[in-house]
Design a protein around this ligand. Structure first.
Ligand SMILES: [Zn+2]
Length: 201
């Protein structure tokens, strides 16, 4: 989790303004709260950071805002967030990461609100969640009038030869009805930074 409440404001560790604030934030480590459950959270930011600085709940918590993601998911989410920030900021009112939607109690990986009112969520999905879970998440976004865009991990598709590939269940559920057109899937590999668009699946 990259966001916490501090002094009535949200600190988002992915925003540039906090890049050089390690000492300042560390000095205030007793004053961060979870934006969703409001419990105490703490900052983890090693001097030689192996992973990106982040917050974690101080006590064991049932809160939906927590870190259970793989390093690849975290990297992918950060890279996609930075990509949208760099490319869409002039057309948008809000571009947010780990965005909480209280109406449906969901946290979207990335949330975008355009100046014309159109809303998107972008979900970066690497784990093979059951179809029912995926369908429920999508229908909740739909109920809020939000367009949901699913970008899958490169691990979801295995290419077997030139024109054949096998797609994990999560991809098969999405392929029938995606924002990229029927029969299409988009994958992103955070290590190679490679985006692949599959068509005619
Ligand atoms: Zn919480």
């Amino acid at each position: 989790m990259y966001k916490a409440i501090f002094d009535d404001n949200i600190v988002n560790l992915l925003n540039d303004e906090y890049k050089d604030k390690r000492e300042y934030l560390k000095a205030n480590n007793d004053h961060f709260n979870c934006p969703i459950c409001k419990e105490k959270v703490r900052l983890r930011w090693a001097e030689k950071a192996i992973r990106a600085p982040h917050f974690y709940h101080k006590s064991i918590s049932e809160c939906i805002y927590h870190d259970s993601e793989s390093p690849e998911h975290r990297d992918g989410k950060i890279n996609l967030f930075n990509y949208f920030l760099a490319n869409l900021q002039h057309k948008t009112e809000i571009i947010d990461v780990e965005h909480y939607l209280p109406e449906t109690n969901q946290i979207a990986d990335i949330y975008i609100k355009f100046i014309n009112g159109t809303q998107w969520v972008v979900e970066y999905q690497r784990s093979n969640i059951p179809s029912e879970v995926l369908i429920e998440r999508r229908s909740k976004y739909k109920s809020l009038g939000i367009q949901d865009i699913w970008i899958l991990g490169e691990n979801v598709v295995t290419e077997n030869g030139f024109l054949e590939c096998s797609v994990l269940n999560i991809g098969q559920t999405l392929v029938s009805e995606t924002s990229f057109g029927k029969g299409s899937l988009v994958t992103y590999n955070p290590l190679s930074n490679e985006v692949i668009v599959y068509r005619g699946l």
